[in-house]
Design a protein around this ligand. Structure first.
Ligand code: DC
Length: 220
């Protein structure tokens, strides 16, 4: 499959920034699948649903409309792009992403969005489950301390109470949950190119991906 490039990896590995730049350079669309899980978490919270109540979440999803276009996430017609970027929604999205009904709904949505064009899609299972048939798959990783530093930088202005220690702890907890869940855990498959971005600039990571791109398996 030539029109989809997948980038998986743990929380705060730089997938978003790298994917956005890569997509722009290649003339592809960009799909942030974490934003879709965050959107579901936002609705769970907004509806006052207990995140442990899988049946209630499944029911809620039946009449929930989520769209992602040009970097904006909409839930039932409401733009939640900024509101989903909090530590609380990040934590809640990791919990609800283990619910099978959530994964099922978002799997169909992700495939539908990508089959319309050329897309760089990033997340936790985009190369293993969503598009195992993609011709170019990457796994972007970085040391926990470096990922925490990046996440802390993003959160500290909007969440004054946050500390570096708490950010490291949250990231470790999220790594464990994202990679040990039963459905679609975060996993590097043998056909993914592994990139460790520790100590590299965004530009250097994008260059590495460009250099490793299998151009026979991409629409350029
Ligand atoms: O990348 P992020 O922090 O925005 O992702 C939020 C959560 O969504 C993450 O902790 C796990 C979940 N997620 C997932 O399960 N599968 C994906 N493809 C993307 C995100």
């Amino acid at each position: 499959m030539k029109n989809v490039i997948t980038i998986d990896g743990p929380s705060a590995a730089g997938k978003g920034t790298v994917s956005r730049i890569l997509a722009r350079r290649l003339g592809y669309e960009y799909l942030d699948t974490g934003a879709l899980y965050r959107a579901v978490a936002w609705k769970v919270r907004e509806s006052g649903i207990d995140p442990a109540d899988e049946a209630a979440i499944a029911l809620m999803l039946k009449d929930t409309g989520i769209t992602f276009s040009n970097g904006r996430v909409m839930v039932d017609g409401r733009d939640v792009t900024a509101q989903i970027r909090t530590a609380e929604i990040g934590e809640l999205s990791s919990r609800v992403s283990a619910v099978p009904a959530v994964r099922e709904k978002l799997l169909a949505l992700q495939r539908e969005i990508c089959l319309k064009g050329r897309v760089v899609i990033e997340g936790r299972d985009t190369g293993t489950v969503v598009f195992p048939e993609a011709g170019n798959k990457f796994f972007l990783d970085a040391a926990v301390e470096e990922r925490a530093r990046r996440r802390y930088g993003e959160l500290k202005s909007s969440e004054p109470g946050i500390t570096m220690e708490k950010t490291i702890e949250d990231i470790k907890k999220r790594d464990l949950r994202d990679s040990s869940r039963k459905v679609s855990p975060l996993k590097k498959s043998p056909d993914m190119v592994y990139i460790d971005s520790t100590g590299l600039t965004i530009e250097e990571v994008v260059e590495k991906i460009m250099n490793s791109l299998n151009t026979n398996e991409a629409v350029l």
